[in-house]
Design a protein around this ligand. Structure first.
Ligand code: BGC
Length: 459
């Protein structure tokens, strides 16, 4: 009898943590949806407004600039006010941005709406991974934080599908506006979810932290985990200020976070995610529907391979997946370069381009995609965790902006083959960087990781 009651309690605790991770991951879905939706919407709002090139650029890339800013301030705000409150605010911002874009009477208001949406994306990218990593048990943290990446990929795929569904009626307002639905679910969910016990303890609220931990752990012994967290708070030399980020003791972790942030983008993922139809058409598939279908295929591979990596990540560890995936990215980028280099265009070559792109996205989905967001939620000391994660996310958005803005110019000046080879070179550099600098964090508690990466190097 007692055994079955204990088993039931365990399942209940696990379910609660799963729910927390799933609802928080909706922040990722909005991130993916709102970055993906523009490619389809752009074709139509151009017809309704007279746009200067600059206005179009602001509407398209304003979201990335907003995200960089959101990530920068979001980390600090989450450290100050708590992970949960910040995520509730994020949901409200997402909803407000979506409504503004959907109802925009002018291009200026649309641009403002997109910047607000960007702010939401930035806040979610600096808040969600840390929140999940702090509520998840150590042995499941890999796949639970990767739910964030999975949600991003599902969001991108949804955006492709919604764009496709509303293209017939040129319904760009619907494309932007529909994001209100996941935003509302995200905000309502976060309202009922627990605050991170680690953040509560850092604030000195032991009783609340203990109560939260008891709700989300399936072991009767939460004292050990509580003590570990407490020790990490008292031992860490940081005061929790931004200036601590520049201290010597944090340097190894900061280098890993910022390095992966930049490599995740300069290896070209968003040239494929944002410009897939264009690339496919220039490879020789001229029909629009063929290009859209192939793009949806790429989106689906992204989702499926992310699920595959979630299955492996707590078993095989982060490093093997990262290294194998980056290797795959380097090879497929070189292949893409060769496809464009071949002087003759044929259906066979065009499909080779599509298959290379799928294999490239699949390799990203088991490596730099989820593992960047996971590691930056794991490797920083508690006192400064969200701020440091926010800095890495800011670099990620900055690099994203840079790549997105330069891609078409690079293709024009270097040609597509050399452009992809350039990204291929960056992938080789990313592999070397990961091999030499990225630590294995599988199965260790956040406090153990902190101890090995941070305190030891400080003394
Ligand atoms: C990256 C995004 C990218 C997405 C693609 C994320 O991890 O940060 O820039 O669009 O993966 O799946």
């Amino acid at each position: 009898m007692q055994n079955s009651a204990t088993a039931q309690a365990k399942t209940g605790h696990r379910t609660f943590v799963y729910l927390a991770a799933i609802f928080a991951a909706l922040g990722g879905l909005l991130f993916g949806y709102d970055t993906g939706v523009i490619s389809g919407a752009e074709l139509f709002f151009r017809n309704d407004f007279t746009l200067t090139t600059f206005a179009l650029e602001v509407i398209v890339s304003g979201v990335l600039a907003g995200a960089a800013f959101g990530a920068l301030i979001g980390g600090r705000l989450a450290d100050l006010f708590g992970r949960r409150k910040l995520l509730i605010a994020t949901a409200i911002i997402f909803a407000a941005g979506a409504i503004l874009c959907a109802l925009a009477p002018s291009a200026v208001i649309l641009a403002v709406g997109r910047i607000i949406v960007g702010l939401g994306i930035g806040l979610s990218s600096s808040g969600v991974p840390v929140y999940i990593s702090e509520v998840a048990p150590a042995d499941a943290r890999g796949w639970q934080v990767s739910l964030f990446q999975l949600a991003i990929t599902v969001g991108i795929l949804l955006a492709y599908l919604v764009d496709y569904a509303f293209a017939g009626i040129q319904g760009w307002r619907w494309m932007f506006g529909l994001a209100v639905i996941p935003a509302a679910i995200f905000g309502t969910g976060m309202f009922f979810l627990p605050e991170s016990p680690r953040w509560l303890l850092r604030r000195g609220d032991r009783a609340a932290a203990r109560a939260m931990l008891a709700r989300i752990r399936d072991t009767g012994d939460v004292e050990t985990e509580l003590r570990e967290i407490e020790q990490s708070v008292t031992k860490a030399p940081e005061s929790g200020r931004f200036s601590d980020l520049l201290g010597r003791s944090l340097r190894p972790a900061l280098v890993v976070g910022i390095g992966l942030a930049i490599f995740q983008q300069i290896t070209g993922i968003n040239t494929v995610i944002y410009y897939a139809p264009l690339i496919i058409q220039s490879a020789g598939i001229s029909s629009a529907s063929g290009a859209i279908l192939a793009t949806a295929g790429i989106g689906a591979v992204n989702v499926l391979m992310t699920i595959f990596s979630m299955w492996l990540i707590d078993r095989q560890g982060r490093r093997p997946l990262l290294l194998v995936g980056i290797g795959g990215m380097a090879v497929t980028l070189c292949l893409l370069g060769f496809v464009f280099h071949a002087s003759h265009q044929s259906a066979g070559m065009a499909w080779l381009a599509v298959i290379s792109m799928m294999a490239y996205v699949g390799s990203f989905a088991i490596s730099l995609g989820p593992i960047f967001w996971l590691l930056i939620s794991e490797i920083y000391p508690l006192k400064i965790r969200n701020s440091a994660e926010g800095v890495a996310a800011t670099f990620n958005w900055g690099a994203n902006l840079l790549v997105t803005l330069t891609f078409l110019t690079l293709v024009e000046t270097l040609g597509p083959s050399r452009t992809f080879w350039l990204y291929g070179l960056c992938a080789i550099a990313a592999g070397l960087f990961s091999y030499y600098f990225v630590p294995e964090t599988k199965g260790r508690t956040l406090e153990e990781i902190e101890e090995s990466l941070h305190i030891k190097k400080a003394v």
